[in-house]
Design a protein around this ligand. Sequence first.
Ligand code: ADP
Ligand code: ADP
Length: 209
Amino acid sequence: MRMILIGPPGAGKGTQAARLVDQLRIPHISSGDMLRAAVKEGTALGVEADGYMKAGKLVPDEVVIGMILERIARPDAAGGFMLDGFPRTIPQAEALSAAMTRAGYTLDRVVLIEVPDELIVERGVGRRNDPVTGRIYHLTFDPPPPEVAARLVHRKDDTEEAIQQRLVKYHGETAPIVPLYEAQGVLRRVDGVGTPDEVTARLTAALAS
Ligand code: ADP
Ligand code: ADP
């Protein structure tokens, strides 16, 4: 299975990817997670990406495209992968498509997780990440157990201002890639409002359809 998860910031892409990859036995490739790791390690790529990310702006296409194409060429992704957060622009979608054609791969599914803008800020500001396990929590919707609460991280770009900025980028730059996948017949839309379990059930059905 070679697939992409698309959706606004906070739609639940990371939460759902973590639930699905175990059963699908494919790597979860999150451009945001890879960029945050590069920032933490202080690599040249991380230093370049940091300012864009803090402001809720998109990291330049050439930086992200190089990073992801190199990642999906690794052996563990030879049998399939789940992309989360990439592509986010038309040039990124075109670069991915060209690379997959060169490698002789076809894209099986693109799932768009739909969540109305009004719910996005609340999901983002309440998000907390566990740096030890990678698990994503929400202070209200998915509260962490007391024993992990102290070590949780609140992302620098999960402020109301940066989330609004990411939402603008989503509608302006990312939403336009949806029709490309719709035209290829691989797009499935999933309602992202409901409990995480309900959304997982919809996603599983969408992947099978
Ligand atoms: P969210 O899903 O909450 O928007 P991500 O973790 O996917 O957050 O991305 C965080 C930030 O990383 C983005 O705001 C952007 O700065 C950068 N980023 C991640 N993926 C991409 C991408 N494909 N293209 C450009 N920038 C990206
Ligand atoms: P994305 O990867 O699309 O940015 P996340 O998976 O990180 O989104 O989810 C954003 C926040 O919303 C997290 O705090 C997560 O716990 C919470 N969340 C995820 N799915 C749901 C859901 N179905 N209902 C309510 N909150 C959710």
